[in-house]
Design a protein around this ligand. Structure first.
Ligand SMILES: [Fe+2]
Length: 610
């Protein structure tokens, strides 16, 4: 049975194909259209999924959409009425898109599938989709399932109990009280873009002190023991205006929100630290409550808030659960996967066989390119390349380049599904290098200098470098853990930097991936999830003794992660990247014709700031 899951018309459109309960393909539309967070019908992603399985639209048995648009519209109407007349302007602003597109989702889906699919459309609830994406691919037979995001229809969070092929919903949190929207409100207030800059806010938090935490809890929130809370809506603007916070918020923090692209001050750093601390406290409370209600030792998570890897790390270390599995496409793109899985297991009642590794397959569910396609492309652009037919030699050459402090764009295997690059569409570097952090931020990614990089570390060595259990897994880079005490280096008082310059301090034996609070967003690499990446780091360790490589997504700021050899080659040629690996082919920058004429400004201008 072929089930196509779709998420669309809000942000992060995606498609996922599930055949007899197995995830066969999944991809996000932005990778194809090169428009970050693209929300249109995921035409390219659907085409890709069908092509991967050799199916035509008429061969689909069901198409599942990740939320219920009419219920969502109901929420908008009710919000308008309760916040009338102020909410009317907001309502009117959103109305044209609803009348044109969202209220006619079946028609839009039919159009998107070119009228060739004649079967039924299934609409699952937004948080059912998130919960299904968290539990069904997980390695657990039974688990507590926690979803937290901005908002779906009415729900902003849910707790469910998953057993075998069934999810039982236990509790829901409802709009406007929302942990995701609370975090987004401060993303806005600190001058970052809502629904995309939340990561920056999290990255900024370690530079500040949580001096506003108590104030936030006292003034903005009423938190119950079970982690549910009510927000004082007089401080927030998202129900009745087109901004996230109201003028009343300004009085709490001594002035208006920061304007984007202006200087980040101590205030923003302290606000970031404070809202992060509040978020962690709430997530921990909800996790404890979910444990009480289910008695489970396993926890699954999804929803945009589950991308907060600092909170996730605390749940794993301090929460009552022994095991935690988080859907790598935790945001709304993953709703496509969840809608299809929910339909197969929950609605159609099909049994589930638990895969002890997990059924997400390293999240390598996207497009892949054959060697002939790569070579034909490189010939067409006159690139100079070195083909390696022996995998051992290829892997050894890549490891050698990384060890020589080269910045290596690595493009191989199927693309990742979810916002993190996990080795297939990644830029790699030596974690021991003292210059890598700055080089990569400023000359390769062209992004804010305060943002840290993440380590990919061999699974068997993780406990040597980070405060994680020997048997702990983080294959999808969704957990932050402290760098081990014995790997840290003291920073002499005279060398201590202020503010955002703190990132330049060498504070461990792997400084390129150590954040200013000695934390790191860890990806563990094993043969089961990421076989080729495992070979590369193993070779790197053989040469250097270090099992830690920097892994950052293959793109520049504002650009969706590269999707094709063409995207990868362009990014390589327009940045200061030293090396490009495309499957089994290696390109060195200084051998390329035209390498001296990098016009990075023109390239960067193609992508809107995120
Ligand atoms: Fe969501």
């Amino acid at each position: 049975m072929n089930i196509l899951g779709i998420s669309a018309f809000y942000h992060d459109s995606a498609a996922c194909l599930v055949v007899d309960g197995r995830i066969v393909a999944a991809a996000q539309e932005e990778r194809f259209t090169r428009k970050k967070h693209d929300y249109e019908f995921p035409k390219n992603a659907v085409d890709y999924c069908l092509e991967e399985a050799g199916l035509r639209p008429e061969e689909l048995d069901l198409v599942a959409f990740y939320d219920k648009p009419l219920l969502k519209f109901d929420r908008l109407l009710e919000t308008y009425i309760s916040y009338s007349p102020a909410g009317f302007k907001l309502f009117l602003m959103g109305l044209p898109l609803w009348l044109k597109q969202k209220l006619h989702t079946p028609r839009e889906l039919d159009r998107g599938l070119k009228g060739q699919y004649k079967g039924r459309f299934v609409f699952t609830e937004h948080h059912e989709s998130h919960a299904a994406s968290a539990f069904f691919p997980s390695p657990f037979e039974e688990a507590a399932v926690l979803t937290l995001d901005g908002v779906g229809e009415w729900a902003t969070g849910s707790i469910a109990h998953g057993r075998g092929h069934e999810l039982t919903m236990l509790k829901e949190m409802r709009f406007p009280h929302s942990l995701g929207l609370l975090y987004s409100a401060f993303t806005y207030f600190t001058g970052f873009k809502v629904n995309s800059g939340e990561y920056k806010l999290m990255g900024l938090a370690p530079y500040g002190d949580p001096i506003y935490k108590d104030l936030m809890i006292e003034k903005l929130l009423d938190i119950k023991d079970d982690g549910s809370f009510r927000m004082d809506m007089s401080y927030f603007g998202f129900c009745n205006s087109d901004v996230m916070t109201s003028p009343k918020m300004n009085s709490l923090f001594g002035g208006p929100p920061r304007k984007s692209e202006t200087e980040i001050t101590q205030r923003e750093m302290d606000i970031a630290a404070s809202i992060q601390a509040v978020t962690e406290e709430i997530v921990l409370k909800i996790a404890r409550y979910a444990h009480e209600q289910t008695g489970s030792k396993n926890l699954c998570m999804a929803g945009g808030v589950a991308l907060n890897c600092v909170a996730n790390g605390r749940v794993l270390r301090e929460g009552p659960f022994e095991n935690v599995w988080i859907q790598p496409a935790a945001g709304d793109a993953g709703g496509a996967l969840g809608a299809a899985m929910f339909t197969w297991h929950q609605l159609l009642g099909n049994e589930r066989t638990v895969n002890p590794v997990d059924a997400q397959y390293g999240s390598l569910l996207g497009p892949e390119f054959e060697e002939d396609e790569v070579v034909a492309y490189l010939k067409s652009v006159g690139a100079v390349y070195h083909k390696h037919d022996d995998e051992e030699k290829l892997v050894d050459a890549i490891a050698e380049l990384i060890a020589n402090e080269k910045v290596v764009g690595h493009f191989a295997d199927r693309a990742e599904f979810g916002p993190r690059a996990l080795g297939s569409r990644s830029i790699l570097g030596d974690g021991r290098s003292t210059k890598m952090q700055e080089t990569m931020n400023l000359k390769i990614k062209f992004r804010e200098s305060f943002r840290p990089f993440a380590p990919a570390v061999l699974r068997n060595d993780v406990h040597e470098y980070f405060d994680m259990r020997e048997d702990e897994n983080s294959p999808y880079m969704l957990l932050v853990a402290p760098v081990k005490e014995e790997k840290r280096l003291p920073v002499a008082e005279a060398d201590q930097a202020k503010g955002l310059d703190k990132l330049k301090e060498v504070r461990s034996v792997v400084p390129a991936i150590t954040h200013v609070d000695y934390s790191a967003r860890v990806q563990t690499i094993d043969e089961d999830h990421h076989p080729r990446f495992h070979k590369i780091i193993t070779a790197f360790k053989r040469k250097t003794g270090s099992p830690v490589v920097i892994n950052t997504s293959f793109n520049v700021r504002g650009e969706p992660i590269v999707n094709t050899p063409h995207d990868a080659y362009r990014c390589f040629m327009h940045t200061n990247m030293d090396v490009l690996v495309l499957e089994n082919v290696i390109l060195l920058k200084d051998e390329q014709p035209g390498a001296g004429e990098i016009d990075e400004a023109a390239y960067l201008a193609e992508f809107a700031l995120d």
